[in-house]
Design a protein. Structure first.
Length: 133
C-alpha cells in the first residue's frame, strides 16, 4: 500500500473518531437539553437558553457533524468542527489550572483531540477515503 493510501485511511480513522465525540456531544443536546443549558451557562457564559434553542443549535450542529463525517465541504465542515472544539477546549481553561480536581483530568483529552482536528483540517485534501466529493 502506498503512502497516500495509508494517509487517506488514517485520516478517515481520525475523521470517524472525531465524529463519534462530536456526535455524542450533539446528541446530548437532544437527549439532555438541560445539561447543554448548564454547559452554555458555565463554560460559554451564555445564560437564558431555552430547550427549544438548544434543539435548534443541536440540529445545526448535527448537520455540520454529519457533513464532516461524509467529507462534505471540507474547508467549511472541518473548519467549523475545528472552531467549535477550539472554543470548547479553551473555555475550560480554569480546569487546566486544577487538573486533580473532581473529574478535571478528563478535560485534558480535549488537547489531543484538538491536535487531531488541526491535523485533519490541514490535510483535508488528502482525506479522500469514503468521502463524498
Amino acid at each position: 500500500m502506498n503512502f497516500d493510501k495509508k494517509l487517506s485511511i488514517n485520516l478517515f480513522l481520525l475523521r470517524v473518531s472525531i465524529f463519534i465525540v462530536m456526535f455524542m456531544w450533539t446528541l446530548d443536546k437532544f437527549i439532555n437539553p438541560e445539561h447543554s443549558i448548564r454547559v452554555f451557562e458555565h463554560y460559554y457564559l451564555v445564560k437564558g437558553l431555552s430547550g427549544q434553542l438548544v434543539y435548534i443549535i443541536g440540529t445545526i450542529q448535527m448537520v455540520i457533524v454529519i457533513g464532516f463525517l461524509l467529507g462534505l465541504y471540507k474547508k467549511w465542515s472541518y473548519g467549523i468542527i475545528l472552531l467549535l472544539h477550539t472554543i470548547s477546549t479553551l473555555s475550560a481553561w480554569k480546569i487546566y489550572l486544577d487538573p486533580w480536581g473532581p473529574k478535571n483530568l478528563l478535560f485534558f483529552a480535549a488537547w489531543p483531540m484538538l491536535a487531531a482536528i488541526i491535523t485533519i483540517y490541514s490535510l483535508r485534501e488528502k482525506d479522500t477515503f469514503l468521502t463524498i466529493k
